[in-house]
Write a protein that binds this ligand. Structure first.
Ligand code: C5P
Length: 234
């Protein structure tokens, strides 16, 4: 189940397809993340095109709306045949249950569904001042993760440094999907709470989401293979 997901944060189909062309000769087709920028810019057709090339897809649209709207939207996304998608846990347990219902196909199969707890860009201070949430951020993340588990979801997106809190509260089979990954010798960019692929494995991440260390590398295929080696093989 464990895998490395490349965050394909490009704004056009041409850019992302040219990037994925580099992996054409690779035996292992990377699992790719399509975010809002690419999906809203290029439309659902880009999901079909990447899927047709044999990649697994995490569609990172972070849905957050009334349960009925989320249920119906998830039905549409499920028909796109993605492998993983997500919602905000702050949409409530009822909304997460509706998402799961919408995502489940008539034959009972469905993509993995994970929840965003608190965005890594939200500090404890901001949570207090802007959202009036007074609890420590670790407790909020653990609580949102247990709500996601109660709703029947498969896991959460969290910082790798929070993966152990999530596993403690929700069990080792509850997935931790973790961005904020950097090689020991590469730049942090704008990420703050970061760790290496090898350390993420030790902490208990199930999927690491890696963007710029691969997409902006001089040799993206070599960088991807290094991630795979550090996260899955060492
Ligand atoms: O380039 P980089 O490795 O920082 O990309 C990380 C990816 O993970 C980006 O697509 C970013 O939007 C996403 N992400 C994140 N932190 C979160 C949730 C998603 O960095 N809490």
């Amino acid at each position: 189940m464990k895998d490395v997901i490349i965050a394909c944060d490009f704004s056009s189909s041409a850019e992302v397809l040219a990037f994925l062309d580099k992996f054409a000769a690779c035996e292992r087709k990377p699992f790719v993340k399509i975010g809002m920028e690419l999906f809203y810019g290029a439309g659902p057709e880009i999901v079909r095109a990447i899927k047709a090339r044999g990649h697994r897809i995490f569609l990172d649209l972070k849905l957050h709306d009334i349960p009925n709207t989320v249920r119906k939207t998830m039905k549409v996304l499920s028909a796109l045949d993605v492998d993983m998608t997500n919602v905000h846990a702050s949409g409530t347990i009822e909304m997460m249950k509706a998402a799961l219902e919408g995502l489940t196909r008539p034959d009972g199969t469905r993509p993995l569904l994970i929840a965003v707890t608190q965005l890594t860009s939200t500090s404890e201070e901001r949570m207090r001042s802007d959202l009036l949430i007074d609890a420590p951020i670790g407790e909020v993340i653990a609580h949102y993760a247990s709500n996601a588990r109660e709703a029947g979801l498969d896991g959460v997106v969290c910082s790798p440094l929070e993966a152990s809190i999530v596993k403690e509260r929700c069990g080792s089979d509850f997935l931790a999907v973790t961005p904020g990954i950097r090689f020991a010798d590469s730049a942090a960019d704008d990420q703050v709470r970061i760790t290496t692929p090898a350390r993420a494995r030790e902490i208990g991440s199930d999927f690491i989401v890696v963007g710029r260390p691969v997409t902006a590398a001089a040799d993206p295929v070599a960088a991807y293979q290094r991630c795979v080696k550090e996260f899955l093989e060492q």
